[in-house]
Design a protein around this ligand. Structure first.
Ligand code: ATP
Length: 299
């Protein structure tokens, strides 16, 4: 009988998740793959964030018992700082983001935000504090204004306008036939990758979270758009605790700290120049990507 209910459970969960304003998570992580077992503890209090530091404390995690993905992982993102996670494909970067959102609980260790174990607080309060900018955002078949306001229920027109301005999508919207009332998505206007990402940034600004989770791969964008978006993201992440998952190293050279993940363990950490000087995995990855960039550049 349980077998029968599982798909219904999942549907209910997807609905609740989307209602909670997590739609961008769908783009970042495969929802169907996601565990539905994580539940709030009875009487769990809300997360209260004053100084939004993030601490991973000896975290062990595997999606199944046979395979450990993160091993005794410890790091700190001090409140207001910008930390980037890099590492080879499959190293566990997105897994860290999923744990921070509490899609799963670690098997060992703890994850703390502002000193509170995220497993002890309500998921709703946790997720309200984290804004996500995924590589590829989900847009609803609705107006562009609605798509931005989705960041927070009850956002005022003023707030939506301001978010559009700060995410640099306003000039684009002003050129649309019906401005903010223009329909987008399958039924209406199609947006480019860069425009979609700006809508995601605007949505995040409306939400105004103290913590930002960025999935910085912008490989689908041309170099100029990528640079523009990065500048916008840098502005938006100022004064917010920011954890960025970076696939391209060129985008994170300015991070306060770079964590180099390899096979679920912290291989190195430091600033760009410290890691370059250390001549380890990071320096190696940097040299390889620099070579690739040269190959891509027209002669
Ligand atoms: P990439 O840079 O390629 O996105 P990543 O560093 O973000 O990689 P993760 O997505 O965190 O890597 O995956 C780490 C490991 O966990 C991989 O070996 C992956 O196959 C495995 N994995 C990811 N999601 C699941 C899942 N839902 N169930 C089982 N294994 C998973």
């Amino acid at each position: 009988l349980m077998q029968l209910f599982r798909p219904l459970d999942l549907l209910g969960w997807v609905y609740r998740t989307i209602r909670q304003g997590l739609v961008d998570m769908a783009a970042m992580f495969d929802l169907i793959d996601t565990n539905v077992e994580v539940a709030d503890k009875p009487g769990a209090p809300a997360l209260i964030v004053d100084r939004p530091s993030i601490v991973f404390e000896n975290v062990d995690f595997g999606y199944d018992k046979e395979r450990t993905i993160l091993r005794n992982l410890s790091f700190e993102v001090p409140a207001g700082s910008h930390v980037a996670i890099v590492g080879p494909s499959g190293a566990g970067k997105s897994t860290i983001a999923r744990l921070l959102f509490r899609f799963y609980d670690p098997q060992g260790g703890r994850i703390l935000i502002d000193g509170q174990d995220i497993a002890e607080v309500t998921q709703e309060s946790l997720r309200a504090k984290i804004g996500i900018v995924p590589q590829d955002s989900v847009l609803f078949n609705d107006t562009i204004g609605y798509n931005i306001s989705y960041g927070r229920e009850g956002a005022s027109e003023e707030e939506i306008l301001e978010a559009a301005r700060d995410s640099a999508i306003l000039p684009f919207i002003k050129r649309l036939p019906d401005g903010f009332d223009t329909e987008v998505g399958e039924r209406g206007l199609k947006l480019s990758g860069g425009e979609k990402q700006r809508v995601a940034i605007a949505r995040t600004l409306v939400k105004n979270p103290p913590i930002l989770l960025l999935d910085e791969a912008t490989s689908a964008l041309d170099t100029r758009t990528e640079q523009d978006i990065l500048r916008t993201l840098n502005r938006v992440s100022k004064d917010r605790t920011t954890l960025a998952i970076a696939h391209r190293l060129s985008t994170i050279a300015k991070a306060d700290q770079i964590l180099v993940l390899d096979h679920g363990q912290l291989a190195e950490s430091g600033t760009h120049s410290e890691l370059q000087a250390a001549r380890g995995l990071y320096a190696e990855m940097w040299a390889r990507q620099a070579e690739e960039r040269q190959e891509e550049a027209p002669a």
